[in-house]
Design a protein around this ligand. Structure first.
Ligand SMILES: [Zn+2]
Length: 278
């Protein structure tokens, strides 16, 4: 009797375990929903708009070694908002673009694998005005250190200035001791000696800035005292004589003459300031 009960239990257990297996086999397979592939937004910078830019000598910088990260096409900038609705390409005067490639050549020879990275090139005057007005908490005397007064225009508006840094061979930006569009004095090339002395700027950060200046100056780009990242390819006077100014993103443009600055004016014309020498 006991033996038959035992046999029954073993038999029942086998059936149960088989049942479990069977049921696990039948468990519904969870459906993996495929993530929809995000299609890139079509560029608003149409051929006809590009033609207008090209009509005043602006070209798309197409050197694949140079990284383009136009901050004003995103909200990752000091304004925290998108400023370029259609302009999604780095456009510069053609000669400036060629000079930039020659800068990259020099960087290739000094630091193989390192790449220039551009944050901004041509900037329409209309956007310049928006930036100026957004910083209205800063008195005009100081504001001009960071954004040129749109009354005078900026060298950027002609497509003859770049905001630029260097990336190492892993694509990481070199440490410059202050980020792009950092308005604190530590970003000022003119104050580097002071901050080196206090230790707020390290020797390595200073060397990184010097490398950027060496590269850019090799092609006659000049820097300004208040932004380590800004370089002019021409003086403002040359810009006004040789290039038209870009008025808005749609490609409207015209010849431009800055109004005369009254002698008693305290206005500072930002990126037209004299370069600071090392
Ligand atoms: Zn700039």
């Amino acid at each position: 009797m006991i033996r038959s009960v035992y046999t029954f239990l073993v038999f029942a257990l086998i059936i149960l375990s088989c049942g479990e297996k069977t049921s696990s086999k039948k468990a519904p397979v969870e459906k993996v929903e495929k993530e929809p592939i995000e299609q890139p937004e079509p560029s608003q910078f149409t051929d006809s708009i590009q033609d207008l830019y090209q009509s005043i000598g602006l070209v798309n910088v197409s050197d694949s070694r140079i990284i383009v990260d136009l901050r004003y096409t995103t909200d990752n900038n000091f304004m925290g908002t998108v400023l370029y609705d259609t302009l999604d390409q780095l456009m510069l005067q053609s000669e400036v673009s060629e000079r930039l490639s020659l800068c990259q050549d020099l960087l290739d020879s000094l630091q193989p694998g390192y790449r220039l990275k551009v944050f901004d090139g041509v900037r329409p005057l209309q956007v310049q005005r928006e930036m100026w007005e957004a910083l209205d908490s800063i008195p005009p005397l100081n504001r001009g250190k960071f954004v040129s007064n749109p009354i005078f225009g900026s060298v950027h508006n002609f497509g003859t200035a770049v905001d630029i840094t260097i990336c190492d061979s892993l694509g990481n930006e070199l440490d410059m001791g202050a980020g792009y569009d950092d308005f604190r004095p530590i970003a000022f090339p003119s104050r580097e000696a002071h901050f080196l002395k206090t230790g707020e700027l390290t020797k390595e950060q200073w060397e990184n800035r010097r490398l950027l200046r060496r590269i850019m100056r090799s092609q006659r780009f000049s820097n300004i005292p208040s932004e380590w990242w800004h370089f002019n390819a021409y003086s403002r006077l040359t810009c006004e004589a040789e290039f038209e100014i870009l008025l808005d993103e749609s490609g409207n443009h015209k010849w431009w003459v800055s109004p005369k600055i009254p002698k008693d004016s305290t206005e500072v014309m930002g990126d037209s300031l004299q370069p600071e020498l090392d």
